[in-house]
Structures are given as structure tokens and as C-alpha cells.
Design a protein around this ligand. Sequence first.
Ligand SMILES: [Zn+2]
Length: 414
Amino acid sequence: MKRVYLLLLALLVLLGVPFSAEASSFGDRVEGLTEVTGVRVSSSQDRTRIVVDAKAPVSYRTLVLKDPGRIVVDIENAWLSPKVTKELSVTSPFVSRARIAQFNPSTVRVVVETTVGKDNYKVFPLKGGAVPGRVVMDFGSVGPSSAGATIALPDVKPAPQKKPQPKPETRPQTKPEAKPQPKPEVKPQPTEVEQTAEQTASDTPSQSPAQSEADAGIEAITGLAGRTITIDAGHGGNDSGAIGPTGVTEKSVTLRVALALQKLLTSEGATVYMTRTTDTEVSPKGANASDIEELQARCDVANQHNSDIFVSIHMDSFTNGAAKGTTGYYYALGSKRSRDLADKIRSGVIDQIGTSSRGTQSCNFYVVKHTDMPATLVEVAFISNPSEEKLLSSEEGAAKAAQGIADGIADFFG
Ligand SMILES: [Zn+2]
């Protein structure tokens, strides 16, 4: 739907047809800016780490402010996705509070209230991996100081915290092919604190000690909090999926499991997007959508929300009712971590519902092939098998399966 709208908009522009000011002003605001898509916090006994995710490598400045002590990181030529949590709850001896906001039209500001001295924090960029632009902020025991460290400055007046930009009403196109590397035209507006900033390079050499340490240390970011996860309940609406011996439909089982899973993940602090939450098709064309359109609509949910992972839930079926067990599927040419995700979710399900394992297998299923992040399709059990149909059609069985998938996801994120 969105893509069609954007194409239409592009056509109108080409034809010189005026279009709504709202669409144009939002487009103008984010033109050439990199989207900041998330911020995550993890704490261990001796360190708190805050990671800011962006869609491309970003430049930033680090400032030190006093009373209260704050480390400020201004990410330049960037805009903050409305889905990002603005206030982060932090329970740590090093950091008391952290927040993120659109500071001015082209700067995203992260403010961390901290009492640590200048030798006890470090800010550095991290390239590569699933998220192309990451800025890592470590507080506490940060190891030897590096090029990324900043210098404490005396008595700097805090800059006024401007209100974040109003929430945009339209989402920008997030398809990678539609978003070339931005060439910012907007210069960051000079601010009061800018002159006190020690500038920090956007690109550290790839061999920098900070980076290799961070590559090793990135595993320290654990848990579900701050993750963006898209859950796809297989089939729906006109398409019932497979039907069990007593008439239980696959679409009803996948939805029940998906809704239970949504609850579990949300309660752990993940942001969850559902391809559907009722018995319906996902494509705006409804029952008139082609198979591909319907499946692409499911991929769009994950891709447009820049999800960290995509999980599609299905029930297996076979002509022989004796077939049983759980299978994890992944696309071998997709994200390198898809296999691991498929494996862990399959194991989690088996541990919870006691099904036999049919292994983790590569496949060509559309939804795992056309999603841009680690993706898996799990065949939870066989709806054609009378006892597995019975198990999964019960509220309790579905809840257990959901718990198994959640366990697998938590295991995946470490
Ligand atoms: Zn299915």
C-alpha cells in the first residue's frame, strides 16, 4: 500500500501536480538525514552500555555537561524514528537516567546522566553487522582509553532542551533500495554547546582497538528489551491453511500462538509488530490479493518497521496422520543469523511442548526470503496429526508453544 502511494506521489511530482503540504514537509524534513531506529541499554556489574542504532554510519559529537553530570552525544544529520522510546529506564550504579530526542531539525541528541569521571566512559562508533550505524556508549569499567574517549570540560552551560519534532504522520519509505546513502544538505544548526564539543570522528579506522573490543563486547547486549520483533501468524481470512482431522484450522492455531507470543515479548520490553491480530488477510487487497501480494504484505510489516527479527508461525500437515514433530526453516542465502534463529526457536518449542525434532532446514518460503533481517518460519507441530492437533488447539498448548518460541528468541539474543 505504502509503496503504491509513494510511487503515485513520485509520479505526481514528475507531472508537476501539486500534492499535500503535509507529505512534502515531512519528506523535506528527513531528506538527506539518517534515521535513528533504536536505542538499547544493557547493564552488567561493572559496566552500563547504551547503543544507538541508525540506518547508516553517522557522525556525532560528544559533550560533557555538569550539574548534574551528563554526557551528551549529538548525532548529526539524523532524525529520530517516532517508534524509539524517548526515556530509558536504567538501573545502574553508573547511569541514573538516559533520554533521546530530536534536538533540532537535523540533530538527534542522547543525554546520559552519569556520575562517572572522564576515565570511566567511552563513546565510539561501530560499523558492520546487522545495524549499519551504531554508536556505543560505555560507562563504568571501559578498559584502556581510546580514540573514542572524550575530555571533560569545565562549567559548560547546558543547552536548552528543545522539544522533539512533532510526530510525523507518514512513515518514510524504509525499503533499502529506495534509500541511497544520504548526502546531507542540511547543516546542523549551531547551538550553544557546539563550540565546547570535542569533535569525534564519524569513522574510526576499522582496526581501532575500540572497535574490535566492541565487536567482542556487543554480545554483552542481551535480552529482549528494546528489540523490535515482527510476528507473522500464518494464513488468515480467506486462507485457512491446513485443516486437522477434527476440523481445527491452521490459521486459528497460528493466531492463538502469535497473540500469546506477542504478550510474552511485550512484557519483556520488546516492541512487537503483528502481521495480523484477527482472522484476516494482511494485504490491503484482502481476499483479492494474489498469493505473492499477501505474502509480501507480511514481509512489508517486518521490513518497514526495521525489525531485528521476523518469526512466521505455521502448523505442518501431511497426508499420513502419523507424521509429527517440529521443524525450523530458514533461507540459506538470507541473513547469516537466520539459521541460528530457526534452530533456537525450534529447540525452545520442543522443550516446551515435547514434540519430536524434525531438524532445522533451509527452504525457499517467500516470507523468509523477502524479509531483510534474520528470519524463520517455524512449523510448530502437525495439525494433521490427531494428538498434535489436540495439543495445539487448546489454549494451554498454544500458550506453551508461544513460551517455547519466546525462549528461543531470548536465547537468540543471548
Ligand atoms: Zn502454513
